[in-house]
Design a protein around this ligand. Structure first.
Ligand code: FMN
Length: 183
């Protein structure tokens, strides 16, 4: 599959200029996807200097079972993406309802994100696990990356899962956070 690279906002021709492409405007697309709620993850890794990196991510989905694999879509401007590609490994921290503060912290630019959360390194790469905010952490090896417009699709094979006792995932949809209902 090859996806043409497009300018960031509403281009109506392909990057090559060869043939016009018909696409909806970004507002329509955002509205569409806001009606598709998801869980909330913080994707973490370690950069070339050994520093932890991480960002909030809702573009996460399961891909297949053999091997167990998932994908995340990360903005091409993201420092976390560069570190993920360089390390060829990342962790997906699935937030629980009390992880809302971490979602905000890792979802906006700012230094010292890791100074404000409880985390520990896991696996051979020392990938950051958000101990207090995640109900599960999956350590992944990067299998492949693929351009996806202004984002990069990162396919990861899941090598380790650490699950904690907190059954209620944090949710995001219609541009706001929500809680999984108590059973
Ligand atoms: C709820 C929520 C979901 C987000 N989902 C994504 C996502 O799926 N992919 C992405 O590239 N950015 C996503 N972001 C934005 C990044 O978390 C944000 O741009 C972050 O500051 C990037 O950090 P970095 O540049 O240090 O890597 C999301 C933000 C929020 C608040």
């Amino acid at each position: 599959m090859s996806w043409s690279r497009r300018s960031r906002e509403d281009a109506d021709t392909s990057a090559e200029g060869a043939r016009p492409e018909r696409v909806v405007d970004t507002g329509t697309f955002r509205e569409l996807m806001s009606g598709f709620p998801s869980g909330v993850a913080v994707v973490t890794t370690v950069d070339d200097d050994g520093a932890p990196r991480g960002m909030t991510c809702t573009s996460l989905c399961s891909v297949g079972l053999r091997p167990p694999s998932l994908l995340v879509c990360l903005d091409d401007r993201s420092g976390t993406l560069s570190a993920v590609v360089s390390r060829a490994a990342f962790a997906v921290n699935l937030l629980h309802t009390r992880g809302r503060r971490a979602a905000d912290l890792f979802g906006a630019p700012g230094p010292g994100r890791f100074a404000d959360v409880d985390w520990e390194p896991v696996g051979p790469h020392g990938l950051p696990r958000l101990v207090s905010d995640a109900h599960a952490t999956a350590a992944c090896r990067v299998v492949r990356t693929m351009p996806g417009g202004d984002h990069t699709v990162v396919l990861g094979a899941v090598e380790q899962v650490i699950a904690a006792r907190e059954p209620r995932p944090l949710l995001y949809g219609r541009r706001r956070y929500a809680q999984w209902p108590a059973s």
